[in-house]
Write a protein that binds this ligand. Structure first.
Ligand code: NAP
Length: 253
């Protein structure tokens, strides 16, 4: 680690938020830049220099890496932010820079769970039965893939409003996931939910709905994670810090 080191942290997850603070503490002297896609407007303050908005594909990211003398990229984006993760792999390979991907483990079904797996939102939307009352935890850019199902009831929850109106009779909750399974179960009971639809985001902060579905015996339609190109990965913040120490030569100090 030298004063010349510049770490680019691709942010957007709770873990990236924790990581920003830890990187600053552990690697004092190095430059650190966090980056957000800027999809939501109430971005958290990471307490480190931050830029917002896309880079402009692989080429734009490669230009940024070179212009800003980045020496390490940490991909702390959401497991479904596949385009950004792919771009990071390509740009780092082209620029011969090390890359660490923070990949939190996916959720796995417990014996009492009733899960169906889908490779895409479209497949999950098609599979919902006609009389379904579906809880849709799928994000503002994805809800459109369910909106043609005006023969079902949808309760959609996301942080910011979607670009298009939802079908008549559906409900929209503009909020982050509840942290307690009893709160989620109350919500499902209140709206007579029969199916829960979710991305396999992993982590603890969106898991309460999975526990609530288990409690109520509801089927969960799980959208499996997109395939990503191979990269060095760490499962948690501590793992990323260890890899960073090794890759930037901090360990020998
Ligand atoms: P994406 O499809 O991988 O990204 C689309 C484009 O957004 C990227 O190509 C890049 O634009 C820009 N981008 C994404 N993350 C960025 C970052 N950290 N810094 C700068 N630019 C970034 O991902 P997405 O559209 O953000 O989201 C796809 C899925 O991930 C959705 O399911 C969403 O709900 C979920 N998700 C994403 C985030 C997030 O922070 N990205 C957070 C929570 C959930 P350029 O090609 O122009 O560089």
């Amino acid at each position: 680690m030298t004063k010349a080191d510049h770490i680019l942290l691709l942010a957007g997850t709770f873990e990236a938020r924790l990581l920003a603070r830890q990187l600053e503490e552990c690697f004092a002297g190095a430059r650190l830049t966090a980056s957000f896609a800027g999809i939501v407007s109430d971005l958290p303050d990471l307490g480190v220099p931050t830029r917002t908005g896309g880079f402009g594909g692989v080429e734009g990211l490669s230009d940024f890496l070179s212009a800003e003398h980045v020496t390490l990229v940490i991909d702390g984006t959401h497991p479904f932010a596949a385009q950004m993760s792919r771009n990071a792999v390509e740009a780092c390979a082209a620029s011969q820079l090390p890359l660490i991907r923070l990949e939190r483990p996916a959720w796995t079904a417990l014996p009492d769970d009733n899960w169906r797996h889908f490779g895409s939102m479209q497949e999950a939307a098609r599979a919902l039965p006609e009389d379904a009352r579906a809880f849709l935890a799928v994000g503002r850019k994805e809800i459109g893939q369910f909106a043609w199902r005006d023969d079902i009831y949808g309760l959609a929850r996301m942080i910011e409003a979607p670009p298009q109106p939802l079908p008549a009779g559906w409900d929209l909750l503009l909020q982050r996931p509840a942290q307690s399974s009893s709160e989620e179960a109350d919500l499902f009971r209140k709206h007579g939910i029969t199916h829960v639809v979710t991305k396999n985001s992993g982590g603890v902060r969106a898991y309460a709905k999975i526990e609530a579905a288990r409690k109520l015996g509801l089927p969960v339609f799980v959208i499996d994670r997109p395939q990503l190109p191979a990269a060095e990965t760490a499962a948690d913040v501590e793992g990323v810090l260890q890899d960073t120490r090794r890759l930037l030569g901090w360990i020998s100090r």
